[in-house]
Design a protein around this ligand. Sequence first.
Ligand code: NAD
Ligand code: MN
Length: 358
Amino acid sequence: MKTYKIAAIPGDGIGTEVVSAGVEVLDALAKRDGGFKFEVDNFDWGGEYYKKHGRMMPDNGREQIRNHDAILFGSAGHPEIPDHITLWGLRLAICQPFDQYANVRPTRILPGIVSPLRKVTNKELDWVIIRENSEGEYAGVGGRVHQGSSLEAATDVAMFTRAGVQRIIRFAFKLAQSRPRKLLTVVTKSNAQRHAMVMWDEIAKEVAAEFPDVTWDKMLVDAMSVRMVMRPESLDTIVATNLHADILSDLAAALAGSLGIAPTANLNPERDFPSMFEPIHGSAFDITGKGVANPVGTFWTAVMMLDHLGERDAASRLMNAVERVTADERYHTPDLGGKARTADVTAAVIEAIQGSNV
Ligand code: NAD
Ligand code: MN
């Protein structure tokens, strides 16, 4: 029997609640399948770890997870620690050295879930956003001088390389090509940002020549936010910079009903390093510990992880189970307007897996 070694890093806030729900569901899925199992190692890294040790993860943290088949991540973010410390100390400290440069974020309106956009259904909104995940505005280049004085100055330099832009745009064209509509929108801001964003546009045009069967267009990011709301059916696969796609994908998640259902894969497509799978949302301090976090984003994330591991049948079995459960309003958590609790949704998905004949 195939055994997958998974590194679970629940992190902080509702991260711990949704990751443990995700692990329960993965175990149920392995039992139902019979052809593989998971060996899950749990890492207690994050804000509480920081309070004890002064760092978000141990010095040799990455070595400890280097040889796992995949990483299941919850959230980095603690109410008592500045966000840039938690983010750079844990999530980015894994994504960047492991070269997980392709951040893939599918959005669909799942059965039973109503979009805040009037009359929009899953036929009109079925997107994948690809976020450049290693450079751009989050490259970490910049600095502060004269801190606290009236002369203080600060910069965050958006750093783009030809190699980095080329590989993400090529990845996006390939993904668009694998989807029925073969349609890609390249998002930049090449009117105002006249260096790197112009380079993005040029590289997009070059790479497009390798994919004659993919229809593509380009959009400025501000106009893109309007198009997502007004003409969602005109979009399919979308590629954008680290910052732009970060913002657009939260918007996409909200348009599909809730931030609580949206998944992400941080992929190292070459598989030189493990890839990392996480819900889009953060620690959600406002609902931490209440047992009402929506675990669907993490379950969908687990679907992406199974796909990456090559377990296609188990992936579609889990997605079917999730969709059967979202179709039933009794299993909607408060973010979807319901009263269900994390544990109710988890139990319902496990039951759907056990009873599934797919
Ligand atoms: P957030 O995603 O934590 O919460 C935004 C809103 O969405 C909140 O009202 C929250 O209750 C709701 N929400 C989010 N996930 C939900 C779920 N599964 N079920 C139900 N409701 C849900 O974003 P924020 O408030 O901007 O950030 C809080 C902390 O999380 C910050 O420290 C931030 O840095 C961190 N964060 C981490 C990540 C990450 O690690 N990938 C991502 C985003 C934010
Ligand atoms: Mn984000």
